[in-house]
Design a protein around this ligand. Structure first.
Ligand code: UDP
Length: 362
């Protein structure tokens, strides 16, 4: 193994192409990790669904039927792989080219990559982007965790704790390219909410808090579930909300940085919550439910507030305290803890360790 330059095949999520936000936080994570690995001299190739952007990096696009997002399904839903599956295409491609690479890194929360891991002749690392939401997934991830110790990583301790085998997962946190986010010392009297508009994200609570306080809420993100969004509009016809659409990172930060605070109201255990560190990077305090990744990111009273989960009254109280948060402290916290560089130091170390263990085994 040449410690200075690894050949890495990074495999994306099969729920949609990279670019329009359908893969949620995986998109930003993959982009930042890949870019920083290239900057460190590694050779990176990204495998993703047809129509993806590779942000100037080598990209192999595979066509086929996309997977349904796991978060829309029940815990006991069987694993479904559609005909002409793009996911199967990713892993068939990986199998064919595996000997051109030192290591394959899976970014998808899907059953197949875990299942095929023992059949590969090169090591496969898995970065799991969700907590426990599926029995079949828990089972197959655990099998890989036990058979290939150290190869499965997560983003937060809270995410790890949702799995019975969580203490055997490596916790990598996450990081962003801070130069893409500009600090704003003097915000407008607005709040922000960002993410996929889908029931597990709990947008309705943020809308309820905006309605109660009368403070306008700027909403940004992919409209993943139309029925859910229409229901929110029916339930809160007078709320001062504004859906701005889905933005690129540069457009997103232009709107986000002008806001007084970001509301994070997930119903599920958010594995990390990229939007929290994006807000901090702009100097925007974060108000989040005290569960999942955001509870590990927000420092109470310093970079925002943690609120009792599912309590709109708690959100309102926190909103009233936003003036007590120093926006410079938020930016400083992002710089100290959430740079791409800090994240990739951990990723690189993880990959080297996997390769060292692999060489011992073979
Ligand atoms: N995002 C974006 N444009 C938007 C709104 C959100 O690119 O208009 C991105 C944001 O940068 C973040 C992702 O959507 O990386 C949401 O990721 P998060 O980890 O918060 O949640 P997930 O979707 O993975 O559950």
């Amino acid at each position: 193994m040449n410690k200075n330059s690894l050949k890495l095949l990074l495999i994306s999520s099969p729920v949609g192409p990279l670019g329009p936000g359908l893969t949620g936080g995986v998109e930003l994570t993959l982009r930042n990790v890949a870019s920083d690995l290239v900057r460190r001299g590694h050779q990176v190739t990204i495998v993703a669904t047809q129509g993806s952007t590779g942000w100037g990096m080598p990209l192999v696009e595979i066509s086929g039927t996309v997977q349904t997002s796991a978060q829309t399904q029940a815990r006991d839903t069987p694993i479904i792989i559609p005909p002409a599956s793009v996911l199967a295409g990713f892993w068939d491609y990986a199998r064919q080219v595996q000997f051109d690479y030192d290591l394959i890194v899976n970014f998808a929360y899907d059953w197949l990559p875990f299942y095929v891991t023992p059949f590969f002749s090169r090591p496969v690392a898995h970065l799991v982007s969700m907590g426990s939401i599926s029995e079949a997934m828990d089972e197959i991830i655990e099998q890989v965790v036990m058979a290939f110790p150290g190869t499965v990583a997560v983003h937060s301790h809270a995410q790890a704790a949702t799995f019975t085998f969580g203490d055997r997962c490596r916790c990598l946190g996450n990081g962003i390219d801070l130069s893409c986010y500009n600090f704003c010392p003097e915000p407008e009297p607005w709040l922000a909410w960002m993410g996929r508009i889908s029931p597990e994200k709990g947008l309705e609570d943020a809308v309820a808090a905006s309605h109660k306080t009368g403070i306008p809420l700027k909403i940004m993100g992919v409209l993943q579930n139309q029925d859910y969004w229409q229901q929110i509009l029916r339930d809160y016809p007078k709320a001062p909300i504004d859906y701005l659409g889905f933005f690129s990172t540069s457009e997103l930060q232009e709107h986000l940085r002008q806001c007084r605070g970001l509301l994070m109201t997930p119903r599920w255990v958010e594995a990390f919550g990229n939007v929290a560190i994006e807000a901090l990077a702009c100097g925007v305090p974060v108000i989040a439910y005290r569960r999942g990744g955001p509870a590990e990111i927000v420092e109470e009273g310093k970079t925002g507030f943690l609120v009792e989960p599912d309590s709109v009254a708690g959100l309102v109280e926190a909103i009233n305290g936003l003036d007590r948060i120093n926006r410079y402290t938020c930016r400083q916290q992002a710089e100290a803890k959430y740079s791409t560089q800090a994240m990739c130091d951990r990723v690189e170390q993880w990959l080297y360790t996997i390769l060292m263990e692999w060489e011992k085994r073979t």
